[in-house]
Design a protein around this ligand. Structure first.
Ligand code: SAM
Length: 252
């Protein structure tokens, strides 16, 4: 087992979390003064840390055992072995396969923003679908949803997660070019620089009056996203914050 060890704690290293998952991490664990990122193989990492080898014990099982259900808006995100009796809408995901278990603030804010759209009957695009969680949530709320991801390996995971939840949103490998406008709602959990780059595409994909909810944005980088979206002709339509993370909403 390959572990990349970073100095700090979850709070300090939160900004690296999406990047670690994008680069193939399968799980993160906080240890005293360190965060351990578990990888199936060694990869080139543009982050400060060191590699460590561990015997092939069942770290994934141990990590899964400690995972708690997460409530976000009208949803609770559960692993298949969790029991849950409260009335939230259940999203059951096999954890550890792709980013998007609801344990990250950005995913939770995106779920809340999505639910606030009352998406029944609307066309929803989820850019950077990962585990498929946002497209699945949209479909559970009655939307016609499409999830796209440039990482081909997550698309079968997202499809399997959707099947597990009794819905069938569409998933495609690719990015904004793989989607056909118009969309009533675009939701995307990426990062600030990418949102800025994709701003004209968001504007092109949205129907008049449609809204984009963009997260994965560190609060310090929010101005850059706001500027790019304004340049693309979209109006600000609210913001959410959790810790150092922001979700920015825009309307066409
Ligand atoms: N949507 C899930 C959530 O909210 O938890 C997963 C978000 S995860 C932080 C970002 C995902 O975006 C990754 O699965 C990554 O492969 C994908 N991604 C990165 N760049 C992308 C791009 N240009 N277009 C589409 N997807 C991209």
């Amino acid at each position: 087992m390959h572990v990349f060890v970073l100095k700090g704690d979850f709070e300090l290293l939160d900004a690296y979390v999406p990047r670690l998952f994008e680069l193939g991490a399968r799980g993160l664990e906080e240890k005293p003064g360190e965060v351990w990122a578990y990888f199936p193989e060694r990869v080139e990492l543009p982050l400060p840390g060191r590699w460590r080898e561990l015997p092939d014990e069942d770290w994934l099982e141990a990590w899964k055992r400690d995972l708690k259900p997460v409530v976000a808006g009208p949803f609770v995100v559960l692993a298949p072995w969790h029991d849950w009796t409260s009335p939230e809408r259940r999203i059951v995901l096999e954890p550890g396969m792709a980013f998007g278990t609801g344990h990250h603030a950005t995913t939770r804010m995106a779920l809340e923003a999505l639910a606030g759209e009352n998406p029944a009957g609307k066309r929803v695009l989820d850019v950077g679908t990962g585990s498929g969680i946002l497209a699945i949530a949209a479909a559970l709320l009655g939307a016609e949803a499409l999830g796209v991801d440039t990482d081909a390996s997550v698309v079968p995971v997202a499809r399997e997660n959707a099947r597990r939840n009794g819905v069938a949103p569409e998933f495609r490998v690719g990015s904004v070019e793989a989607a056909e406008p118009p969309y009533d709602v675009v939701v995307a959990n990426l990062y600030a620089e990418l949102h800025a780059e994709l701003a004209p595409a968001y504007a092109r994909l949205l129907a008049p009056g449609g809204r984009a909810h963009l997260t994965g944005v560190l609060t310090g980088r929010a101005p850059r996203v706001r500027r790019a979206l304004a340049d693309a002709g979209l109006r600000p339509a609210g913001e959410r914050r959790e810790g150092e993370w922001a979700l920015l909403s825009f309307e066409r």
